[in-house]
Design a protein around this ligand. Structure first.
Ligand code: CP
Length: 305
């Protein structure tokens, strides 16, 4: 039973199979010929943290494929977790009702606990600052589609790298391909944890850490911006100090390559000036659309279809 808990657990073969299936899903969707292959299935989407894209695209993917959906969109308040039920008990119950379980939770490692008792395929829709594998998959699909390759790319990650589960879910996929170089662009307060950096060094991954966007922009094929995650700060004063330090401005577009792309997992707040949206290199709304195709493919993949 293939659960999708962490990007690190997927092999290059798994990744390429999922990307290939996603291409088929996109083609069928655009031709209006999606096959109802999940007609007899029920997908449960249980979200203990807010979401627009992930929950609604999983639900749309399920519905497009003919499945039915059961959903708790504010599960911290509206499920029996509010009364103190453990994630293990909640998972056992969901597995007795539905065929695939999609869970988002604010606490890193929760999905590993759920996996220990799950008897149906389980998909991690984001656990704290840890992992968000379906986002990593839609990101790598977007890069392949937009850049026509996954090798020899210069990829910059900008903003709140400390709290970014999307960076941690995309990097394992990009590291499978040769010649890629990474630029980590953040203020000191939001830099990647040192153990993450040490692991890259030990594995001879090519990367640089820089303290400004301007230094990296002319080199980049892909700029991946991230939101400063207010909800992860214990002290709102600390958030206020760093929230405006890394902003992609319209004037930056002049030094970005003409064929570069700008990505963002969304939601974005102020880290990208709204004027950037109109630039053809701004790929983030196309990226979010790809989330639907990836999640259609992922539901089929975990069900062995
Ligand atoms: N990118 C992403 O996970 O968006 P949501 O929080 O809206 O699901």
């Amino acid at each position: 039973m293939p659960n999708v808990i962490s990007a690190k657990e997927l092999s290059k073969n798994d990744l390429e199979n999922i990307l290939s299936l996603t291409g088929v899903m996109e083609e069928h969707y655009k031709e209006g010929k999606v096959k109802k292959v999940l007609e007899d299935k029920i997908v449960a989407c249980i979200f203990f943290e807010p979401s627009t894209r992930t929950r609604l695209s999983f639900e749309t993917a399920a519905l497009r494929l003919g499945a039915k959906v059961i959903s708790a969109e504010n599960a911290a308040e509206n499920s029996s977790a509010h009364k103190g039920e453990t994630i293990e008990d909640t998972t056992k119950i969901l597995c007795s009702y539905a065929d695939v379980i999609v869970i988002r939770h604010p606490v890193a490692g929760t999905l590993e606990k759920a996996e220990k008792v799950a008897t149906k395929p389980l998909i991690n829709a984001g656990d704290g600052t840890n992992q968000h594998p379906s986002q990593g998959l839609l990101d790598v699909y977007t890069i392949k589609k937009e850049k026509k390759r996954l090798t020899n790319l210069h990829i910059g990650f900008g903003g709140d790298l400390l709290n970014s589960r999307t960076l941690k879910s995309l990097m394992p996929f990009l590291r499978m391909y040769e010649g890629n170089k990474f630029y980590f662009l953040s203020p000191k307060e939001l830099e990647l944890p040192r153990e993450f950096i040490k692991e890259l060094q030990e594995n001879k991954v090519q990367f640089e850490e820089l303290k400004s966007l301007e230094e990296a922009l002319p080199h980049l094929d892909v700029l991946y911006m991230t939101r400063v995650q207010k909800e992860r700060f214990k002290d709102v004063g600390e958030y206020e100090k760093v929230k405006d330090l890394f902003i992609l401005k319209k004037e930056h577009l002049k030094i970005l390559k003409s064929d570069a792309i700008i990505m963002h997992p969304l939601p974005k707040i102020n880290e990208i000036e709204p004027e950037v949206d109109a630039d053809p290199r701004a790929a983030y709304f196309r990226q979010a659309q790809n989330g639907l195709y990836i999640r259609m493919a992922l539901l089929c993949y975990v069900l062995g279809l």
